[in-house]
Design a protein around this ligand. Structure first.
Ligand code: NAP
Length: 312
């Protein structure tokens, strides 16, 4: 590690408090100096109502971490990049693919780091799974099945933005599975068909099914459902010539050909901030839009089925 970078967190809500602030408190590469949020504040740092006030008052700031919902990601990221700050984006990196690509261009032009983070890729099962699937030992991949089902009332209580355009609906968690699949498979994945189940009173789906194909011809099928419970299911099964790789609990557990693999301690957000720090130090960016592109393709090609009102 080299420099210590002055950082501000923008959008103090569930994920900022659950993960970002604790990870930053234990992180030596960043000093949290300020926050910006319309209704919330954080003790021990300077607080501002929005990102424009933050940027105007904090010229010595090096970086910002954006934790508000995706519909405001582009405007906030643009303001930060225009001010010459390095930017870390919560997932999804934007409400559209074109927004994220535009931000990447601006970051390059400004010489700033843009990190489109995918926290599920930092789950402890992901890199061992990727290494095994790329090895000769695994042989060919035959099929991939993703089951990402949870109770929306438990995981997103009172969140209205998830039901609004750009909020992604069930793809808000589902994109985590897609971020893992696109990271661990040694092949690209193309969407062939999708079904989106949309309540009559929401703009975004409560359930979705995706039929994709990997470039080696293996089928990749994903089922996302927010009407599931009480125990959530965040599982990926990959059948290969050498047996099944199963990733469970969102990447916290891994078994390969029937053998449970011993994984290290879970440290998703600590790892994300280490990665952001390394990107700044090496003057580089990490912007992989493939998970968001699969979601965008599902909205583009998916058959829409209306279902009963959610009652939000
Ligand atoms: P949240 O608590 O509903 O929102 C975060 C904060 O953003 C809010 O408290 C609000 O703070 C601010 N905000 C909301 N709407 C805004 C707007 N229109 N303009 C400016 N600020 C606004 O949501 P969250 O669960 O933290 O999720 C935020 C992001 O993190 C999402 O992209 C989500 O996918 C991702 N994420 C969430 C989780 C999770 O478990 N919740 C896990 C991983 C990633 P103020 O009212 O004070 O401005």
């Amino acid at each position: 590690m080299k420099g210590v970078h002055k950082l501000a967190v923008v959008g103090i809500g569930k994920i900022a408090r659950d993960q970002h602030l604790p990870a930053l408190a234990a992180q030596s590469g960043f000093e949290l100096v300020a926050c910006a949020s319309r209704n919330a504040s954080v003790e021990g740092v300077r607080n501002y109502p929005d990102i424009d006030a933050l940027l105007a008052a904090e010229p010595a700031l090096d970086a910002v971490s954006l934790c508000a919902p995706p519909q405001v990601r582009y405007t906030q990221a643009l303001a930060a990049l225009e001010a010459g700050k390095h930017v870390m984006l919560e997932k999804p990196p934007g409400a559209s693919v074109s927004e994220v690509e535009a931000l990447h261009d601006i970051a390059r032009a400004r010489g700033c780091t843009l990190f489109a983070s995918w926290h599920s890729r930092a789950a402890s099962a992901v890199e061992p799974a990727r290494a095994w699937l790329a090895s000769k030992e695994a042989g060919a991949i035959r099929s991939v099945e993703v089951r990402w089902r949870e109770d929306v009332r438990c995981w997103h209580p009172g969140q209205q933005w998830i039901w609004e355009p750009g909020g992604l609906g069930v793809f808000d968690p589902g994109i985590n599975a897609l971020s893992i699949v696109t990271r661990i498979l040694p092949h690209e994945v193309a969407l062939r068909a999708a079904t989106l189940t949309v309540p009559s009173d929401t703009s975004t789906p409560i359930a979705a099914e995706l039929d994709c194909i990997a470039t080696n011809g293996a089928p990749v099928r994903a089922v996302f459902d927010w009407r599931h419970g009480p125990v959530e299911e965040w599982d990926i099964d990959i059948d290969t010539d050498a047996g099944r790789l199963s990733m469970c609990e969102g990447g916290k557990r891994l078994s390969i050909a029937g053998k449970e693999i011993d994984l290290g301690r879970e440290r998703e957000y600590a790892a994300l901030y280490e990665q952001f720090h390394a990107l700044i130090e090496t003057k580089s960016s990490d912007v992989d839009v493939r998970p968001l592109r699969l979601v965008a393709d599902a909205f583009l090609t998916g058959r829409r089925i209306e279902t009963e009102a959610f009652g939000r």
